[in-house]
Design a protein around this ligand. Structure first.
Ligand code: AMP
Length: 477
Protein backbone atom coordinates (compact mmCIF):
# COMPACT_ATOMS: atom_id res chain seq x y z
CA UNK A 1 0.00 0.00 0.00
CA UNK A 2 1.37 3.43 -0.88
CA UNK A 3 1.80 5.78 2.01
CA UNK A 4 -0.66 8.66 2.14
CA UNK A 5 0.74 12.16 1.79
CA UNK A 6 0.79 14.02 5.10
CA UNK A 7 -0.11 17.69 4.91
CA UNK A 8 1.74 20.49 6.61
CA UNK A 9 0.98 24.20 6.79
CA UNK A 10 2.52 25.86 3.71
CA UNK A 11 5.81 27.75 3.84
CA UNK A 12 5.75 30.85 5.99
CA UNK A 13 2.38 30.25 7.65
CA UNK A 14 1.63 28.49 10.92
CA UNK A 15 -1.04 27.44 13.39
CA UNK A 16 -1.52 29.16 16.72
CA UNK A 17 -2.44 26.28 19.02
CA UNK A 18 -3.30 26.00 22.74
CA UNK A 19 -1.90 27.00 25.17
CA UNK A 20 -0.38 29.85 23.05
CA UNK A 21 -3.81 30.77 21.69
CA UNK A 22 -4.90 31.68 25.25
CA UNK A 23 -2.15 34.28 25.43
CA UNK A 24 -3.16 35.59 21.99
CA UNK A 25 -6.76 35.92 23.17
CA UNK A 26 -5.69 37.58 26.39
CA UNK A 27 -3.57 40.05 24.44
CA UNK A 28 -6.30 40.87 21.92
CA UNK A 29 -8.85 41.40 24.68
CA UNK A 30 -6.44 43.64 26.56
CA UNK A 31 -5.64 45.59 23.40
CA UNK A 32 -9.33 46.11 22.65
CA UNK A 33 -9.81 47.37 26.20
CA UNK A 34 -6.97 49.89 25.92
CA UNK A 35 -7.97 51.09 22.44
CA UNK A 36 -11.64 51.42 23.39
CA UNK A 37 -10.61 53.46 26.45
CA UNK A 38 -9.07 55.99 24.04
CA UNK A 39 -12.40 56.03 22.18
CA UNK A 40 -11.32 53.97 19.17
CA UNK A 41 -13.97 51.76 17.54
CA UNK A 42 -13.39 48.58 15.61
CA UNK A 43 -13.58 48.41 11.84
CA UNK A 44 -13.76 44.96 10.24
CA UNK A 45 -12.15 44.96 6.84
CA UNK A 46 -12.03 42.53 3.93
CA UNK A 47 -8.99 40.28 3.61
CA UNK A 48 -8.52 41.13 -0.08
CA UNK A 49 -8.83 44.29 -2.11
CA UNK A 50 -8.15 45.49 -5.63
CA UNK A 51 -4.41 45.25 -6.26
CA UNK A 52 -4.34 48.85 -7.41
CA UNK A 53 -5.41 50.10 -3.99
CA UNK A 54 -2.15 48.84 -2.48
CA UNK A 55 0.00 49.73 -5.48
CA UNK A 56 -1.19 53.30 -5.44
CA UNK A 57 -1.00 53.89 -1.69
CA UNK A 58 1.98 51.85 -0.46
CA UNK A 59 3.96 52.68 -3.60
CA UNK A 60 5.22 50.62 -6.54
CA UNK A 61 8.88 50.96 -5.57
CA UNK A 62 8.47 49.52 -2.06
CA UNK A 63 9.45 45.93 -1.27
CA UNK A 64 5.88 45.16 -0.31
CA UNK A 65 4.35 46.09 -3.65
CA UNK A 66 7.25 45.19 -5.92
CA UNK A 67 7.80 41.65 -4.67
CA UNK A 68 5.79 40.62 -1.63
CA UNK A 69 2.13 40.73 -2.53
CA UNK A 70 -0.05 37.64 -2.88
CA UNK A 71 -1.95 38.63 -6.00
CA UNK A 72 -4.42 36.59 -7.99
CA UNK A 73 -6.70 37.10 -10.95
CA UNK A 74 -10.38 36.75 -10.28
CA UNK A 75 -11.98 35.68 -13.56
CA UNK A 76 -15.43 37.15 -14.04
CA UNK A 77 -18.23 34.76 -14.88
CA UNK A 78 -20.14 35.70 -18.05
CA UNK A 79 -23.04 36.85 -15.83
CA UNK A 80 -20.76 39.13 -13.83
CA UNK A 81 -19.30 40.63 -16.98
CA UNK A 82 -22.77 41.23 -18.32
CA UNK A 83 -23.93 42.91 -15.08
CA UNK A 84 -20.77 44.96 -14.98
CA UNK A 85 -21.45 46.18 -18.49
CA UNK A 86 -25.07 46.99 -17.77
CA UNK A 87 -23.82 49.26 -15.04
CA UNK A 88 -21.13 50.81 -17.17
CA UNK A 89 -22.79 51.28 -20.54
CA UNK A 90 -25.12 54.16 -19.65
CA UNK A 91 -22.21 55.81 -17.86
CA UNK A 92 -19.96 55.40 -20.91
CA UNK A 93 -22.63 56.56 -23.31
CA UNK A 94 -23.46 59.63 -21.28
CA UNK A 95 -19.88 60.73 -21.89
CA UNK A 96 -20.63 60.71 -25.63
CA UNK A 97 -23.47 63.08 -26.55
CA UNK A 98 -23.40 61.76 -30.13
CA UNK A 99 -24.92 58.50 -28.88
CA UNK A 100 -28.18 60.13 -27.81
CA UNK A 101 -30.57 57.71 -29.55
CA UNK A 102 -28.88 54.66 -28.08
CA UNK A 103 -29.05 56.27 -24.69
CA UNK A 104 -32.80 56.71 -25.18
CA UNK A 105 -33.19 53.08 -26.18
CA UNK A 106 -31.22 52.03 -23.15
CA UNK A 107 -33.44 54.08 -20.96
CA UNK A 108 -36.39 52.24 -22.42
CA UNK A 109 -34.46 49.23 -21.22
CA UNK A 110 -34.47 47.48 -24.57
CA UNK A 111 -33.06 44.04 -23.79
CA UNK A 112 -32.03 43.59 -27.39
CA UNK A 113 -29.83 46.67 -27.43
CA UNK A 114 -28.45 45.86 -24.03
CA UNK A 115 -27.42 42.37 -24.94
CA UNK A 116 -25.97 43.51 -28.27
CA UNK A 117 -23.84 46.17 -26.71
CA UNK A 118 -22.92 43.91 -23.82
CA UNK A 119 -21.80 41.10 -26.07
CA UNK A 120 -19.69 43.38 -28.21
CA UNK A 121 -18.13 45.16 -25.32
CA UNK A 122 -17.56 42.02 -23.23
CA UNK A 123 -15.02 40.87 -25.75
CA UNK A 124 -12.83 43.85 -25.05
CA UNK A 125 -13.76 44.65 -21.49
CA UNK A 126 -12.16 43.37 -18.32
CA UNK A 127 -12.23 39.58 -18.38
CA UNK A 128 -10.82 39.50 -14.87
CA UNK A 129 -9.80 41.70 -11.97
CA UNK A 130 -6.54 41.65 -10.09
CA UNK A 131 -6.98 41.14 -6.34
CA UNK A 132 -4.41 41.05 -3.54
CA UNK A 133 -4.43 39.60 -0.03
CA UNK A 134 -3.93 42.66 2.15
CA UNK A 135 -0.28 43.23 3.09
CA UNK A 136 -1.37 45.89 5.61
CA UNK A 137 -4.62 47.60 6.51
CA UNK A 138 -4.17 51.38 6.39
CA UNK A 139 -5.02 51.53 2.68
CA UNK A 140 -8.21 49.56 3.36
CA UNK A 141 -9.15 51.82 6.28
CA UNK A 142 -8.78 54.92 4.10
CA UNK A 143 -10.67 53.21 1.26
CA UNK A 144 -13.50 52.43 3.70
CA UNK A 145 -13.38 55.97 5.16
CA UNK A 146 -13.94 57.37 1.66
CA UNK A 147 -16.49 54.73 0.63
CA UNK A 148 -18.67 55.35 3.71
CA UNK A 149 -18.31 59.14 3.63
CA UNK A 150 -16.91 59.16 7.17
CA UNK A 151 -15.69 62.74 6.75
CA UNK A 152 -19.24 63.82 7.61
CA UNK A 153 -18.93 62.29 11.11
CA UNK A 154 -18.39 64.74 13.97
CA UNK A 155 -14.88 65.07 15.38
CA UNK A 156 -12.03 62.73 14.62
CA UNK A 157 -12.72 59.28 13.19
CA UNK A 158 -10.79 56.81 15.38
CA UNK A 159 -10.72 53.24 14.14
CA UNK A 160 -8.89 50.05 15.02
CA UNK A 161 -8.61 46.69 13.31
CA UNK A 162 -7.08 43.33 14.01
CA UNK A 163 -6.42 40.34 11.80
CA UNK A 164 -4.06 38.58 9.43
CA UNK A 165 -1.86 40.33 6.84
CA UNK A 166 -0.01 38.63 4.00
CA UNK A 167 3.44 39.32 2.57
CA UNK A 168 5.58 37.00 0.50
CA UNK A 169 8.75 37.63 2.51
CA UNK A 170 11.51 35.12 3.05
CA UNK A 171 10.28 33.25 6.14
CA UNK A 172 12.50 33.41 9.20
CA UNK A 173 12.10 33.79 12.93
CA UNK A 174 9.67 36.65 13.56
CA UNK A 175 8.83 36.93 9.89
CA UNK A 176 5.88 35.06 8.46
CA UNK A 177 3.89 35.16 5.26
CA UNK A 178 0.66 35.32 7.20
CA UNK A 179 1.11 37.42 10.30
CA UNK A 180 -1.26 39.33 12.55
CA UNK A 181 -1.52 42.99 13.29
CA UNK A 182 -3.57 45.15 15.56
CA UNK A 183 -3.60 48.72 14.36
CA UNK A 184 -5.32 52.03 14.92
CA UNK A 185 -5.93 55.05 12.71
CA UNK A 186 -7.06 58.62 13.43
CA UNK A 187 -8.58 60.50 10.50
CA UNK A 188 -9.93 64.02 10.42
CA UNK A 189 -9.34 67.68 9.75
CA UNK A 190 -6.57 68.20 12.33
CA UNK A 191 -2.92 67.18 12.24
CA UNK A 192 -2.15 68.53 15.71
CA UNK A 193 0.96 66.87 17.17
CA UNK A 194 -1.03 66.02 20.31
CA UNK A 195 -2.96 63.53 18.15
CA UNK A 196 0.31 61.85 17.16
CA UNK A 197 1.54 61.85 20.75
CA UNK A 198 -1.71 60.43 22.13
CA UNK A 199 -1.62 57.61 19.60
CA UNK A 200 1.94 56.78 20.65
CA UNK A 201 0.93 57.06 24.31
CA UNK A 202 -1.88 54.56 23.72
CA UNK A 203 0.58 52.13 22.16
CA UNK A 204 2.99 52.42 25.11
CA UNK A 205 0.10 51.98 27.58
CA UNK A 206 -0.91 48.79 25.76
CA UNK A 207 2.65 47.47 25.86
CA UNK A 208 2.90 48.31 29.58
CA UNK A 209 -0.45 46.66 30.32
CA UNK A 210 1.07 43.48 28.88
CA UNK A 211 3.96 43.81 31.37
CA UNK A 212 6.54 44.31 28.64
CA UNK A 213 8.84 46.93 30.06
CA UNK A 214 11.86 47.28 27.83
CA UNK A 215 11.30 48.83 24.45
CA UNK A 216 12.66 51.78 22.48
CA UNK A 217 10.56 54.37 20.71
CA UNK A 218 12.23 55.77 17.59
CA UNK A 219 10.72 58.91 16.05
CA UNK A 220 11.46 60.97 12.99
CA UNK A 221 9.87 63.41 10.60
CA UNK A 222 10.11 62.78 6.88
CA UNK A 223 8.79 66.17 5.74
CA UNK A 224 5.84 66.95 3.52
CA UNK A 225 5.02 67.96 -0.06
CA UNK A 226 6.54 71.32 0.67
CA UNK A 227 10.07 70.29 1.70
CA UNK A 228 10.50 66.68 0.66
CA UNK A 229 10.81 67.19 -3.12
CA UNK A 230 13.80 69.54 -2.75
CA UNK A 231 15.38 67.14 -0.25
CA UNK A 232 14.83 64.19 -2.59
CA UNK A 233 16.66 66.03 -5.37
CA UNK A 234 19.53 66.83 -3.02
CA UNK A 235 19.63 63.21 -1.89
CA UNK A 236 19.57 61.96 -5.48
CA UNK A 237 22.48 64.26 -6.37
CA UNK A 238 24.53 62.89 -3.46
CA UNK A 239 23.57 59.34 -4.37
CA UNK A 240 24.68 59.84 -7.97
CA UNK A 241 28.17 60.59 -6.64
CA UNK A 242 28.35 57.20 -4.89
CA UNK A 243 26.12 55.17 -7.20
CA UNK A 244 28.91 52.82 -8.31
CA UNK A 245 29.40 51.65 -4.74
CA UNK A 246 25.71 50.67 -4.29
CA UNK A 247 24.04 47.35 -4.98
CA UNK A 248 21.49 46.92 -7.80
CA UNK A 249 18.42 47.54 -5.59
CA UNK A 250 19.73 50.83 -4.27
CA UNK A 251 21.01 51.85 -7.71
CA UNK A 252 17.52 51.44 -9.10
CA UNK A 253 16.04 53.36 -6.20
CA UNK A 254 18.34 56.32 -6.80
CA UNK A 255 16.21 56.95 -9.87
CA UNK A 256 12.78 55.72 -8.78
CA UNK A 257 12.57 56.54 -5.07
CA UNK A 258 15.80 57.64 -3.38
CA UNK A 259 14.31 57.74 0.14
CA UNK A 260 13.99 53.96 0.00
CA UNK A 261 17.78 53.66 -0.04
CA UNK A 262 17.59 54.22 3.73
CA UNK A 263 15.69 50.91 4.03
CA UNK A 264 18.79 49.04 2.83
CA UNK A 265 20.04 46.36 5.19
CA UNK A 266 23.17 45.58 3.11
CA UNK A 267 26.18 45.90 5.46
CA UNK A 268 28.47 47.25 2.72
CA UNK A 269 26.04 50.10 1.98
CA UNK A 270 25.77 51.26 5.58
CA UNK A 271 28.89 53.50 5.73
CA UNK A 272 27.71 55.24 2.53
CA UNK A 273 24.19 55.71 3.85
CA UNK A 274 25.54 57.13 7.11
CA UNK A 275 27.05 60.05 5.20
CA UNK A 276 23.93 60.94 3.17
CA UNK A 277 22.04 64.15 3.96
CA UNK A 278 19.22 63.54 6.44
CA UNK A 279 15.64 64.61 5.90
CA UNK A 280 15.50 65.91 9.47
CA UNK A 281 18.14 68.55 8.58
CA UNK A 282 16.14 69.58 5.52
CA UNK A 283 12.64 70.14 6.86
CA UNK A 284 10.64 73.27 6.06
CA UNK A 285 9.65 75.54 8.91
CA UNK A 286 6.16 74.03 9.33
CA UNK A 287 7.50 70.48 9.44
CA UNK A 288 10.25 71.48 11.87
CA UNK A 289 7.66 73.04 14.16
CA UNK A 290 5.35 70.03 13.89
CA UNK A 291 8.20 67.70 14.84
CA UNK A 292 9.42 69.91 17.71
CA UNK A 293 5.87 70.10 19.03
CA UNK A 294 5.51 66.33 18.79
CA UNK A 295 8.65 65.90 20.92
CA UNK A 296 7.23 68.39 23.45
CA UNK A 297 3.97 66.46 23.53
CA UNK A 298 5.88 63.23 24.18
CA UNK A 299 7.84 64.90 26.99
CA UNK A 300 4.59 66.11 28.50
CA UNK A 301 3.43 62.50 28.61
CA UNK A 302 6.82 61.34 29.97
CA UNK A 303 7.31 58.99 27.04
CA UNK A 304 11.01 58.37 26.36
CA UNK A 305 12.07 58.46 22.69
CA UNK A 306 15.10 58.47 20.46
CA UNK A 307 15.25 60.67 17.37
CA UNK A 308 16.33 58.30 14.57
CA UNK A 309 16.96 60.43 11.51
CA UNK A 310 17.25 57.35 9.24
CA UNK A 311 13.76 56.11 10.02
CA UNK A 312 11.82 56.52 6.76
CA UNK A 313 9.52 53.44 7.01
CA UNK A 314 8.90 51.08 4.13
CA UNK A 315 5.70 52.58 2.76
CA UNK A 316 5.37 55.60 0.49
CA UNK A 317 2.26 57.19 1.94
CA UNK A 318 3.90 58.44 5.10
CA UNK A 319 4.71 62.11 5.71
CA UNK A 320 5.94 64.11 8.70
CA UNK A 321 5.75 61.91 11.82
CA UNK A 322 7.11 58.38 11.54
CA UNK A 323 7.82 56.10 14.48
CA UNK A 324 8.74 52.57 15.40
CA UNK A 325 8.92 50.63 18.65
CA UNK A 326 11.68 48.05 18.89
CA UNK A 327 12.41 45.34 21.41
CA UNK A 328 15.81 44.08 22.60
CA UNK A 329 14.26 40.62 22.99
CA UNK A 330 13.88 40.08 19.26
CA UNK A 331 16.65 39.24 16.82
CA UNK A 332 17.13 40.88 13.43
CA UNK A 333 13.40 41.49 13.08
CA UNK A 334 13.21 43.74 16.13
CA UNK A 335 10.32 46.08 15.19
CA UNK A 336 7.28 45.48 17.38
CA UNK A 337 5.16 48.26 15.95
CA UNK A 338 5.45 51.04 13.41
CA UNK A 339 3.40 53.93 12.19
CA UNK A 340 3.21 57.45 10.97
CA UNK A 341 1.25 60.28 9.50
CA UNK A 342 -0.30 59.97 6.05
CA UNK A 343 -1.99 63.28 5.30
CA UNK A 344 -2.92 63.26 1.62
CA UNK A 345 -3.43 59.49 1.29
CA UNK A 346 -7.18 59.99 1.02
CA UNK A 347 -6.75 62.41 -1.91
CA UNK A 348 -4.37 59.92 -3.55
CA UNK A 349 -7.21 57.39 -3.40
CA UNK A 350 -9.74 59.82 -4.86
CA UNK A 351 -11.22 60.90 -1.52
CA UNK A 352 -11.67 64.21 0.28
CA UNK A 353 -8.71 66.02 1.83
CA UNK A 354 -8.13 64.51 5.25
CA UNK A 355 -5.25 64.17 7.69
CA UNK A 356 -4.40 60.80 9.13
CA UNK A 357 -2.04 58.97 11.43
CA UNK A 358 -1.88 55.35 12.52
CA UNK A 359 0.19 52.44 13.72
CA UNK A 360 0.28 48.69 13.39
CA UNK A 361 1.63 46.35 16.02
CA UNK A 362 2.88 42.94 14.93
CA UNK A 363 1.13 40.44 17.18
CA UNK A 364 3.37 37.47 16.36
CA UNK A 365 6.45 39.33 17.53
CA UNK A 366 4.72 40.96 20.46
CA UNK A 367 3.44 37.62 21.77
CA UNK A 368 6.96 36.22 21.44
CA UNK A 369 8.29 39.07 23.57
CA UNK A 370 5.48 38.51 26.09
CA UNK A 371 6.50 34.87 26.31
CA UNK A 372 10.19 35.57 26.83
CA UNK A 373 10.13 38.79 28.84
CA UNK A 374 6.57 39.42 29.95
CA UNK A 375 4.97 38.71 33.28
CA UNK A 376 1.52 37.65 32.10
CA UNK A 377 0.28 34.13 32.72
CA UNK A 378 -2.79 33.72 30.59
CA UNK A 379 -2.96 29.94 30.73
CA UNK A 380 -6.53 29.11 31.76
CA UNK A 381 -6.97 26.44 34.41
CA UNK A 382 -9.69 23.86 34.34
CA UNK A 383 -11.99 24.76 37.26
CA UNK A 384 -13.91 21.53 37.65
CA UNK A 385 -13.79 17.94 36.47
CA UNK A 386 -16.99 16.04 37.16
CA UNK A 387 -16.52 12.40 38.07
CA UNK A 388 -19.76 10.48 37.79
CA UNK A 389 -20.26 6.81 38.60
CA UNK A 390 -23.30 4.74 37.71
CA UNK A 391 -26.07 5.65 35.24
CA UNK A 392 -28.30 7.33 37.90
CA UNK A 393 -25.47 9.85 38.56
CA UNK A 394 -25.38 11.08 34.98
CA UNK A 395 -28.45 13.40 35.04
CA UNK A 396 -27.12 15.01 38.23
CA UNK A 397 -23.71 15.45 36.60
CA UNK A 398 -25.31 17.06 33.54
CA UNK A 399 -27.30 19.47 35.64
CA UNK A 400 -24.24 20.43 37.72
CA UNK A 401 -22.06 20.95 34.62
CA UNK A 402 -24.64 23.24 33.06
CA UNK A 403 -24.95 25.23 36.27
CA UNK A 404 -21.18 25.68 36.76
CA UNK A 405 -20.67 26.64 33.11
CA UNK A 406 -23.51 29.13 33.46
CA UNK A 407 -21.48 30.71 36.26
CA UNK A 408 -18.59 31.18 33.85
CA UNK A 409 -16.46 28.33 35.13
CA UNK A 410 -14.41 26.06 32.88
CA UNK A 411 -15.80 22.53 33.30
CA UNK A 412 -15.01 19.11 31.88
CA UNK A 413 -17.74 16.46 31.95
CA UNK A 414 -16.57 13.05 30.72
CA UNK A 415 -18.91 11.39 28.24
CA UNK A 416 -18.32 8.00 29.77
CA UNK A 417 -18.12 6.92 33.36
CA UNK A 418 -14.73 5.84 34.62
CA UNK A 419 -13.33 4.34 37.77
CA UNK A 420 -12.71 6.96 40.46
CA UNK A 421 -8.94 6.54 40.54
CA UNK A 422 -8.57 6.77 36.78
CA UNK A 423 -10.88 9.79 36.55
CA UNK A 424 -9.01 11.66 39.31
CA UNK A 425 -5.69 10.91 37.66
CA UNK A 426 -6.92 12.38 34.35
CA UNK A 427 -8.31 15.41 36.18
CA UNK A 428 -4.91 15.99 37.76
CA UNK A 429 -3.07 15.68 34.47
CA UNK A 430 -5.43 18.29 32.99
CA UNK A 431 -4.43 20.74 35.72
CA UNK A 432 -7.89 20.77 37.29
CA UNK A 433 -8.55 22.71 40.50
CA UNK A 434 -11.58 20.78 41.78
CA UNK A 435 -13.05 17.37 41.16
CA UNK A 436 -16.75 16.97 41.91
CA UNK A 437 -17.63 13.37 42.62
CA UNK A 438 -21.17 12.09 42.04
CA UNK A 439 -21.94 8.47 42.88
CA UNK A 440 -24.99 6.57 44.12
CA UNK A 441 -24.62 7.95 47.63
CA UNK A 442 -24.35 11.58 46.41
CA UNK A 443 -27.44 11.20 44.24
CA UNK A 444 -29.54 9.89 47.12
CA UNK A 445 -28.41 12.53 49.64
CA UNK A 446 -28.18 15.44 47.13
CA UNK A 447 -24.75 16.29 48.61
CA UNK A 448 -21.84 16.20 46.13
CA UNK A 449 -18.25 15.48 47.14
CA UNK A 450 -16.05 18.41 46.16
CA UNK A 451 -12.33 17.63 46.25
CA UNK A 452 -9.59 20.21 45.97
CA UNK A 453 -6.90 18.59 43.92
CA UNK A 454 -3.87 20.56 45.08
CA UNK A 455 -4.18 19.58 48.74
CA UNK A 456 -6.72 16.73 48.57
CA UNK A 457 -9.14 18.43 51.02
CA UNK A 458 -12.77 17.59 50.43
CA UNK A 459 -16.26 18.42 51.64
CA UNK A 460 -19.92 17.71 50.83
CA UNK A 461 -22.11 20.38 49.27
CA UNK A 462 -25.53 20.64 47.57
CA UNK A 463 -25.45 21.48 43.82
CA UNK A 464 -26.36 25.12 44.44
CA UNK A 465 -23.24 25.76 46.58
CA UNK A 466 -20.54 24.13 44.44
CA UNK A 467 -19.92 27.14 42.15
CA UNK A 468 -19.55 29.49 45.12
CA UNK A 469 -16.88 27.32 46.72
CA UNK A 470 -14.88 27.02 43.47
CA UNK A 471 -15.12 30.75 42.85
CA UNK A 472 -14.05 31.68 46.36
CA UNK A 473 -11.07 29.29 46.34
CA UNK A 474 -8.97 31.29 43.87
CA UNK A 475 -9.82 33.79 41.23
CA UNK A 476 -9.34 32.57 37.66
CA UNK A 477 -7.11 34.47 35.34
P1 AMP B 1 4.79 47.48 8.85
O1 AMP B 1 3.41 47.52 8.28
O2 AMP B 1 5.79 46.87 7.92
O3 AMP B 1 5.23 48.74 9.48
O4 AMP B 1 4.71 46.42 10.04
C1 AMP B 1 4.19 46.73 11.30
C2 AMP B 1 4.56 45.62 12.24
O5 AMP B 1 4.05 44.38 11.78
C3 AMP B 1 6.05 45.38 12.35
O6 AMP B 1 6.62 46.24 13.30
C4 AMP B 1 6.13 43.92 12.77
O7 AMP B 1 5.95 43.79 14.16
C5 AMP B 1 4.94 43.32 12.07
N1 AMP B 1 5.33 42.62 10.84
C6 AMP B 1 5.54 43.14 9.62
N2 AMP B 1 5.87 42.18 8.73
C7 AMP B 1 5.85 41.01 9.40
C8 AMP B 1 6.08 39.64 9.04
N3 AMP B 1 6.37 39.27 7.79
N4 AMP B 1 5.97 38.70 10.00
C9 AMP B 1 5.66 39.04 11.27
N5 AMP B 1 5.42 40.30 11.67
C10 AMP B 1 5.52 41.28 10.75
Amino acid sequence: MTEKKKFRAVRGVRDIVPPDSSLWNWFEQTARGVLESYNFREIRLPIFEETELFARSIGGETDIVSKEMFTFLNQFTPEERYEDLQERIPEELSRDPGEGPIQALLEENSPQILSEVARAAARVRRPAESLTLRPEATASVVRAYIEHGMQTQPGLVKLYYTGPMFRRERPQKGRYRQFYQIGAEVLGASDHPAIDAELIEMLTVLIGRCKVNDWTLLVNSIGDANCRPAYIEKLREELHKVKDQLGPDSQRRVETNPLRVFDSKLPEEQPIIEKLPRISDNLCEDCQKHFADLLKQLDLRRIPYKHESRLVRGLDYYMRTTFEITSPHLGAQNALAGGGRYDGLSEMLGGPPVKGIGFALGEDRFIEVMQTAGGVNAKPTLDAFIVWMGEPAYPAALSLARRLRGEGLRVELPAEEARLKKALSLAERLGTRFAVIIGENEVSTGQFTVKRLDDGKQCKLPEADVAGLIRAAAPRN
